[in-house]
Ligand binder design. Structure first.
Ligand code: ATP
Ligand code: MG
Length: 632
């Protein structure tokens, strides 16, 4: 085992010690219209610029580049078990739809640098518009369809899109979920107003169009058939997209990505991490509203000439074999999903796992939350396939810690995403001293700048927030903090031990507890609140709220407690979407806080989960914790 891990370690070492040499070699994977003059400009750390002066285009590399060799092979395989549709777009057909979409956007006045906000479910038009934006040098910002009006309005005001692309409805569990009324509501709340709203009419629910502003996708498409839109060659460091994180501070961060670095990093990751090659088929179950959807539904596979499966549906409908059926039908080589999806499958008949021919499938990748040992082992043994836990963030754009079978096969260990990925100089750092921690010592997982190609370049229009949010966590050291705890064992295997911040993960959806708290606090009866994520065997976590009322006498009224609880849940649902709805709202007289006024969420979570709340020396009023214990 010692000897077998030499290669992966050496590969990583090279990527850090000779950054420029390493990435110059990897950059040959993509087409550059104009070569770069410098691989890395690290003169203004923590800002890093990759492939300075080079000109390229994400859409050209993801689409046009493959037309000579594989025009008639599948490129985008769309499967919807929601509407019982399946469409396979070849590379030629994908190229055509992207050209048309680009012409449509151009006709609406979209030019390089403009923002286009995409509020769509998992339908092919979402990918067409993303790639069309990339072609034009317009900056897309995809907002997850599960977000409600308030979240959407915030993102519209921050990104200030000239065009918003949306639809009549998504669908979940076979039932349509209207999008247009939410969008209209968001636009009535936002200060910024787009010039145009482009609407894909799926015929799922009736929708009303606002004359002058709202346009029908199919009608506009018909006017631009067979138009050729030239590629806009962009300097490598121009922004390609903005993707908002869930937003712990209540004000989501617009993660800004570049063009050239992202193309190179993703293309390389398809081979080294995901073991893929042109002509293979890749299937990520992520929604396009999340970073995995950007990197591994749309860009990554296509940049490497691989077909991508875009799936609208759940893992259990029409039955819990659907993922495996898709893999069999389309000869999928790699599946990327989340532990929560697998935990859902675990509740169903295990025979469903072996009903289909999975001989095409090499490996399964899971990310987004800790992969518990039981789930990982259950899946791996049931399918007799390697299951690879990979750890990363919206900010990094691609995995930080992962097995890299395209570099070298190494033994994996359940509960560990194994080793640092090439390009990431990952450390475990002591929060108190700012020094690297030793083997087996818990600390914060941190990355020494420069961040590698493909990672975020900054926060949209807020360089200062980029520095203060990510690079000021450790005394005397400007190192990127992931805000996750971690540890490295004696053999060099990494373990992620949870978050230092307050984001929760409900069934694969990332929610900022602060955003939910803000919504709870809008209820007129509420003085303040704390929302925490409590472990849930199926969903990963569920939101539980603790509210302090302005007038506790309200609870004495008949049904007072139940009525208030229902009202508060409703407010959250309206503002943050149904996934954010807390499972319980409990009423207390005060919240446990530190002397500096920070709510002790970790202690509350511990109590909710029946664990020891740990060191409470910092608590201002210990009786507040007793109250929490009491209401539970
Ligand atoms: P925000 O940054 O707005 O607060 P978020 O951190 O929930 O939101 P993401 O960037 O999508 O949004 O999630 C990244 C986080 O998910 C990581 O920092 C980590 O906490 C968790 N995570 C991702 N993959 C893994 C994994 N394989 N094992 C453990 N945790 C993981
Ligand atoms: Mg985060």
């Amino acid at each position: 085992m010692e000897i077998s891990m030499q290669k992966i370690r050496e590969f990583h070492r090279q990527s850090i010690q000779d950054r420029e040499g390493f990435w110059a070699r990897e950059a040959r994977r993509i087409h550059w219209e104009t070569p770069w003059s410098k691989v890395l400009d690290d003169s203004r750390l923590p800002f890093a610029r990759w492939f300075v002066g080079g000109r390229t285009n994400l859409c050209y590399n993801a689409v046009d580049r493959w037309l000579d060799t594989q025009a008639d092979q599948p490129a985008l395989i769309w499967v919807s078990t929601e509407t019982d549709q399946e469409i396979v777009y070849t590379w030629a057909e994908l190229a055509r739809e992207v050209q048309v979409a680009a012409a449509m956007l151009q006709s609406l006045g979209v030019v390089q640098g403009d923002r286009v906000l995409i509020y769509l479910p998992m339908i092919p038009q979402a990918a067409f518009i993303m790639l069309a934006c990339a072609r034009l040098g317009a900056i897309h910002s995809v907002v997850f369809g599960g977000f409600a009006a308030h979240n959407l309005a915030q993102r519209i005001d921050d990104a200030q899109p000239g065009v918003v692309v949306s639809t009549d409805a998504g669908s979940r569990g076979g039932r349509p979920i209207a999008y247009k009324p939410l969008l209209d509501q968001a636009l009535s709340q936002s200060v910024h107003q787009p010039d145009h709203v482009l609407l894909v009419d799926r015929g799922l629910v009736p929708m009303s169009l606002q004359a002058g502003r709202d346009l029908d996708y199919a009608t506009l498409r018909a006017r631009h058939l067979d138009v050729q839109v030239p590629v806009v060659w962009l300097e490598s460091n121009e922004p390609s997209y903005i993707l908002y994180t869930s937003g712990t501070t209540g004000n989501p961060k617009g993660v800004q990505r570049d063009v050239g670095g992202y193309a190179v990093a993703l293309c390389a990751s398809m081979e080294y991490i995901f073991g893929g090659k042109p002509g293979d088929t890749y299937f990520s179950t992520s929604d396009i509203g999340w970073v995995v959807g950007h990197s591994y539904v749309v860009y990554g596979p296509l940049l490497n000439g691989q077909a991508t499966v875009m799936y609208e549906g759940t893992p259990i409908r029409p039955d819990a074999a659907i993922l495996w059926r898709i893999i069999e039908t389309h000869r999928v080589n790699a599946l990327f999903s989340a532990p929560t999806a697998i935990r859902v499958l675990k509740k169903h008949d295990p025979a469903l796992l072996t009903r289909h021919d999975l001989s095409s499938l090499d490996r399964i990748y899971l990310a987004g939350e800790p992969l518990d040992e039981l789930t990982g082992q259950w899946l791996s043994e049931a399918l007799n396939k390697p299951v690879i836990d990979n750890y990363w963030q919206t900010e990094t754009g691609w995995p930080i810690l992962s097995a890299q079978p395209g570099v070298e096969e190494v033994p994996t260990r359940y509960g560990s995403p194994t080793f640092p990925v090439y390009g990431f100089d990952v450390r475990v750092v002591s929060e108190a001293s700012g020094l690297d921690s030793g083997p087996n010592e818990k600390g914060v997982v941190a990355i020494e700048p420069p961040l590698p190609p493909g990672a975020m370049s900054t926060i949209w229009r807020n360089d200062e927030r980029f520095v203060t949010t990510y690079f000021e966590s450790f005394p005397g050291r400007q190192t990127y903090s992931t805000s996750d705890w971690g540890r490295v064992d004696d053999d060099g295997y990494w373990f992620i031990l949870g978050r230092t911040d307050d984001v929760i993960n409900v069934a694969g959806h990332r929610l900022g507890t602060r955003e939910i708290e803000e919504s709870v606090n809008t209820h007129p009866a509420v003085a303040e609140s704390a929302v925490v994520g409590v472990a849930d065997p199926i969903k990963g976590q569920q939101a539980v709220g603790f509210a302090v009322l302005r007038d506790s006498a309200l609870l004495d009224a008949p049904d007072g407690r139940t009525r208030l609880e229902a009202e508060i849940k409703k407010v959250v649902e309206q503002r943050n979407g149904a996934v954010a709805r807390p499972s319980r709202i409990l009423f207390v007289g005060s919240l446990p806080k530190t002397r500096s006024g920070k709510v002790l969420r970790r202690a509350i979570v511990a109590l909710c989960e029946g664990r020891d709340p740990g060191d409470l020396t910092a608590v201002e009023d210990p009786s507040a914790l007793e109250q929490i214990r009491g209401v539970l």
